[in-house]
Design a binder for this molecule. Structure first.
Ligand code: NDP
Length: 416
């Protein structure tokens, strides 16, 4: 296929175009540093101090070791190979799915270190004490990585993201120019970053907060810290273990990989999603059985909606639930409008948002700071719904209008 036909010029800008991309590139890292500065116990230094500190080689060695070991695990540990969706050049990429073996190995190493160090776990203490420094390292690492994939996208006749080929350097670098940047034929940078270094680091940061409490409180545990660790670990490992579900998500099928995703996956997820645990490690609260039950009930409700609706759509798409009512589209596929998918167009987002609220509630009403996550997540899901609506109405035309008549609510039933 001719290069121009394969990779048409992008004319529609998102996130406010090049100016919006520049503002977000500056704002998001500053926001991440500032919000974490609020929760850095004892010595709070100036931003210049942290920037100078980042020249310390041990931080770089630790972060790069973490990234490389996970990459090695991704390449070497056993798993199955699955096909991604058919791309617009007619090709299908193969993905190695080995989240289970990677997770089991990580948990085994943690258990072994616990035994060998008699619960001291110096690695977790290092992570806790260098939290902000490592956050800054990960920001710089994301910048390097997005420059690497941007330059790489000019090599050969590679498949670009439809939204990332505007010709404006800053915008394309930010939004992601290449659709599926890979090293060799099998190491998929985007899928790897979405699931491994950031998600598993988030799990370890939470654990480091619980561990910090444990070693500083005479080897005792705190219920709010245990709860946030359990709730988020469930979500993290659910994502890592069900990685094949990601192969059909917009991030993998449509979005390019640039600074937005690199920063989101490597910095924003681990260093801001762990905010509740960070907060509780400096300001612990005893929740007791009633508040714990309330939070657990909200999480279970959200998780049930999120999980069963996503599973239902995925099974339906595989042809496993033929009895459910659906609209036959002219494109040949069907739009499900039964069961969960008759309640709202993105009932899965609603479940996901309830989960986010349950996490914030583990800090109870001590501070509005930790509720940033639910507010941010609501904005993210709203923006995602708008993007998806645009995509689907272009893709399905009149069939999408029919679908919207059958399922009028977008996310929250009877509200929006
Ligand atoms: P959806 O799972 O809602 O998928 C949207 C796509 O599914 C559409 O583009 C369309 O694709 C297809 N589709 C939509 N409605 C129907 C229908 N009724 N019948 C059949 N196909 C339909 O959204 P996402 O991929 O954005 O999200 C998946 C999950 O990931 C969600 O639960 C979300 O909450 C979660 N998520 C979590 C994030 C986090 O940071 N924690 C970030 C982003 C998402 P097509 O027809 O082209 O196949």
């Amino acid at each position: 296929m001719a290069k121009k036909q394969l990779n048409p010029r992008t004319t529609n800008f998102e996130f406010g175009g090049p100016i919006g991309a520049t503002v977000l590139t500056v704002f998001l890292p500053i926001f991440t540093i500032l919000i974490n500065l609020q929760l850095t116990p004892s010595k709070i230094h100036s931003v210049t101090y942290y920037l100078n500190f980042c020249k310390s080689s041990h931080l770089w060695i630790s972060y790069c070791l973490w990234f490389s070991l996970l990459a090695a695990g991704d390449l070497l540990l056993p798993g199955k190979t699955l096909n991604g969706v058919k791309l617009r050049d007619g090709k299908t990429l193969k993905y190695k799915i080995n989240g289970i073996s990677n997770s089991v190995l990580l948990l085994l190493i943690l258990a072994l270190r616990w035994k060998l160090t008699d619960g001291e776990m110096p690695e977790l203490q290092y992570l806790y004490e260098n939290h902000l420094h490592l956050a800054i390292i990960s920001i710089i690492f994301s910048v390097y990585l997005s420059c690497f994939v941007y330059l790489k996208s000019f090599i050969n006749n590679t498949l670009l993201a439809l939204g990332g080929n505007s010709g404006n350097v800053i915008y394309d670098w930010f939004i992601g120019r290449e659709l599926n940047p890979r090293i060799g034929s099998s190491f998929d940078i985007k899928l790897f970053c979405e699931l491994r270094p950031g998600m598993l680091l988030w799990f370890l940061i939470n654990l480091s907060c619980l561990h910090h409490y444990y070693v500083t409180h005479n080897r005792e545990l705190n219920d709010s810290l245990v709860l946030i660790n359990l709730l988020q670990a469930l979500y993290i490992f659910d994502g890592v273990l069900n990685e094949e579900g990601l192969l059909t998500m917009i991030d993998i099928t449509t979005d390019g990989f640039g600074f937005m995703l690199a920063f989101g996956d490597l910095t924003f997820v681990p260093f801001t999603y762990a905010l509740q645990a960070r907060f509780l490690s400096v300001s612990p609260i005893h929740l007791g059985k009633y508040r714990t039950s309330l939070i657990l009930s909200l999480m279970s409700l959200g998780y049930w909606i999120f999980h069963s609706s996503n599973r239902e759509k995925s099974q339906f798409k595989k042809g496993k639930l033929p009895h459910l009512k659906a609209i036959q589209t002219k494109r040949g596929t069907k739009l499900l409008c039964d069961s969960w998918w008759s309640v709202s167009q993105h009932i899965n987002y609603f479940g996901d948002w309830l989960i986010s609220l349950s996490w914030c509630l583990t800090t109870w009403f001590q501070t509005p700071l930790t509720y940033y996550y639910s507010v941010y997540f609501a904005v993210l899901l709203f923006h995602r719904q708008k993007r998806d609506e645009k995509k689907c109405s272009e893709k399905y035309g009149n069939d999408w209008i029919k679908y919207q008549e059958r399922v009028p609510y977008k996310i929250i039933p009877y509200v929006y």
